[in-house]
Design a binder for this molecule. Structure first.
Ligand code: ATP
Length: 473
C-alpha cells in the first residue's frame, strides 16, 4: 500500500504517563508517516489531547520514547520542534489584523520583510483569505478565524501540524465545510496533520488513518474503512458508526449462533463454541418477508432519515437497528437477512473484569443474618449471609448483582464508568474501582468517564469459604 511506503516522521514508543497517580496513557505505541492525515479519535477524557501535547513538547512522558525523524526528543521544548499547533480556541492576537497574526512567527524569526510578505500572502491564498490582510481578526467569522489560525501554523513551514478539536466551536454546516477545506489544505501543502476529535464522522471523513483511543490505550489503528468495517472489538464498533453488537457463539469456523439462530459467516480461527461479540451494521440488515428471514422480529419504531428509514426491530429480548430504503409498519412482523461477509466477529472485551472479592469477615450477626467485610477501604454489609468474624471468603458477584446507586449512597463510592456497550438486550458496562474492574448489566444509558456509587445485591452472589474462622477450629 502507498501509505506504508512513506517514511515514519514521529514515533511514540511505549509512552506511559500518570496524573496524580492515575494512569492517563498506558503504554501507547504509534507511528505517524510523512504527509499523512492522522486522526486521534476517542471519547472525552481518553487521553487524546495528552497524546498530542506529548508530540508537541508541552508534556514529557514518564517513560517511553518520543522519536522525531529518528531522534529521541522527549525533553525538547515546543519551539525547538518542527511542529506547530492549532487549538480549538484559536489563540489569535485580538489587537492585530489578519496579516500581522499570520506574520507573527516569521517576524520573531527575523526574516526579511519581503520574504515575510511573500509567505503570508501565499498562505492566505492557500486558506482562501486573499484580500483579508487588513481586517481585524475580531471582525472575522468563526470559520475565518480558524483559517487564520491554520495559516499562522503553516506559514512557518513546520513538518507537522497538530490540531486539537479545531472545529469544535463551529456550527455544523461550517464544520462540514471546514473539514473539506482542511483536507484540501493538507493535500496541497503536503504536511503531516495530526488531528484530535471525539467526532467519529469527522475522523472518517478527513483521515488517511484513524487511531481509536479508549481509556489511555489505543484500541485500533487503521484506515477509516478498516475501523468501520473491521472493528477489532465491541468498543470500536460501538464508537464508530451505528452498530448492532450481539453476544454470539462461534460454533466452528464460518458458523455463528446469534439470537438462537445459526448463520454462516466468513471468520475463522476463533475456536469451537467460543463466546464472541458479533457486529452487524444497520445498513447490512436486509428486510425480507418473515418466511425468507434468517431472523424474524416485530417493528417497534420507524424514523425517516432522509435517505433511509431507521427501524427498531424487536427480536425476542433484543432490539435490532435496521436501515432500509423501504419502510415497514410499526407492529409488522418482518424477516431480516445478512450476507456472511457483513457479519463481523470479534473477541470479547471481557478479560479485564474481576467481579470477585476475596476478603475476611470483620463482624457479623447470626440472629440478624448479616456480615460485614472491608472492600477497598470501605466497610460493606452483606445482608442474608452469616459467617463468623475471621472467616475468609471468596464472594463472586455475577454482573446482574451489580447496580448503580441512584441515591448517591453505594457500597463502593466513586466507581469510574470505563465503557458502555449496548448489546441489543442491555448495556454491558465496565466499571473501575481502586483495585479492580467490574462488569455490570444495565437497561439504562450511563455516562462514560463519570464517577458513580456502586451497589451489590448479595442475594445473587456466590459465597465460598476459603478458610474458617480460627475460633471454629
Ligand atoms: P477531551 O475530548 O474531553 O478533551 P481527551 O481525550 O483529550 O478528552 P485528555 O485531555 O488527554 O483527554 O485527558 C485525559 C485525562 O487526563 C482526563 O481524565 C483529564 O482529566 C486528565 N488530565 C489532563 N490534564 C491533566 C492535568 N494537567 N492534571 C491532571 N489530570 C489531567
Amino acid at each position: 500500500m502507498e501509505q506504508s511506503a512513506k517514511k515514519v516522521i514521529v514515533s511514540l514508543k511505549d509512552i506511559f504517563l500518570r496524573f496524580d497517580g492515575e494512569v492517563i496513557l498506558n503504554h501507547i505505541n504509534l507511528d505517524i508517516r510523512e504527509k499523512e492525515f492522522v486522526t486521534i479519535l476517542g471519547p472525552s477524557g481518553c487521553g487524546k489531547t495528552t497524546t498530542l501535547r506529548i508530540i508537541g513538547g508541552f508534556l514529557e512522558p514518564e517513560s517511553g520514547d518520543v522519536i522525531f525523524d529518528g531522534e529521541r526528543i522527549n525533553s525538547l521544548p515546543p519551539n525547538k520542534r518542527n511542529v506547530n499547533t492549532v487549538f480549538q480556541k484559536y489563540s489569535l492576537f485580538p489587537h492585530l489584523n489578519v496579516y500581522d497574526n499570520v506574520a507573527f512567527g516569521l517576524k520573531l524569526k527575523k526574516l526579511p520583510k519581503d520574504e515575510i510578505r511573500r509567505k503570508v500572502k501565499h498562505m492566505l491564498a492557500v486558506v482562501d483569505l486573499k484580500g483579508y490582510e487588513k481586517r481585524p481578526v475580531q471582525k472575522l467569522s468563526g470559520g475565518q478565524q480558524q483559517r487564520v489560525a491554520i495559516a499562522r501554523a503553516l506559514v512557518c513551514d513546520p513538518k507537522i501540524i497538530l490540531l486539537d478539536e479545531p472545529l469544535g466551536a463551529l456550527d455544523l454546516q461550517l464544520r462540514k465545510d471546514m473539514q473539506m477545506e482542511l483536507k484540501e489544505i493538507q493535500k496541497s501543502t503536503q504536511k503531516t496533520f495530526i488531528y484530535v476529535t471525539h467526532d467519529q464522522e469527522e475522523a472518517l471523513t478527513m483521515s488517511d488513518r484513524v487511531v481509536v483511543m479508549n481509556n489511555g490505550v489505543i484500541e485500533q489503528i487503521g484506515t477509516p474503512e478498516e475501523v468501520y468495517n473491521e472493528p477489532v472489538n465491541a468498543f470500536v464498533a460501538d464508537f464508530i458508526g451505528e452498530a448492532n453488537i450481539l453476544n454470539g457463539t462461534m460454533i466452528d469456523d464460518c458458523r455463528i449462533r446469534i439470537l438462537g439462530k445459526e448463520l454462516e459467516c466468513v471468520d475463522k480461527g476463533f475456536g469451537k463454541n467460543a463466546p464472541v461479540d458479533v457486529v452487524i451494521r444497520p445498513e447490512d440488515m436486509m428486510l425480507t418477508t418473515p418466511e425468507q428471514g434468517q431472523l424474524v422480529g416485530v417493528v417497534e419504531k420507524v424514523t425517516f432519515k432522509g435517505v433511509h428509514y431507521e427501524m427498531s426491530v424487536r427480536c425476542g429480548k433484543c432490539e435490532l437497528l435496521v436501515h432500509s430504503t423501504s419502510s415497514a409498519k410499526i407492529g409488522e412482523t418482518v424477516g431480516m437477512r445478512v450476507v456472511p461477509f457483513n457479519i463481523q466477529i470479534m473477541n470479547k472485551l471481557l478479560p479485564f473484569y474481576d467481579n470477585i472479592i476475596e476478603t475476611e469477615v470483620i463482624s457479623s450477626s447470626e440472629d440478624e443474618n448479616w456480615l460485614e467485610f472491608t472492600l477497598e477501604k470501605e466497610t460493606v454489609r452483606a445482608e442474608g449471609h452469616f459467617y463468623p468474624a475471621g472467616t475468609k471468603l471468596r464472594i463472586t458477584l455475577p454482573p446482574e448483582a451489580l447496580s448503580l446507586a441512584g441515591d448517591g449512597d453505594g457500597d463502593l463510592q466513586d466507581v469510574y464508568i470505563e465503557s458502555v456497550v449496548y448489546k441489543g438486550e442491555h448495556n454491558e458496562i465496565i466499571l473501575e474501582s481502586d483495585e479492580r474492574k467490574w462488569l455490570m448489566l444495565s437497561d439504562t444509558d450511563e455516562q462514560v468517564a463519570t464517577y458513580v456509587p456502586l451497589n451489590f445485591d448479595f442475594s445473587k452472589a456466590g459465597f465460598e469459604v476459603l478458610e474458617a474462622a480460627a475460633s471454629e477450629g
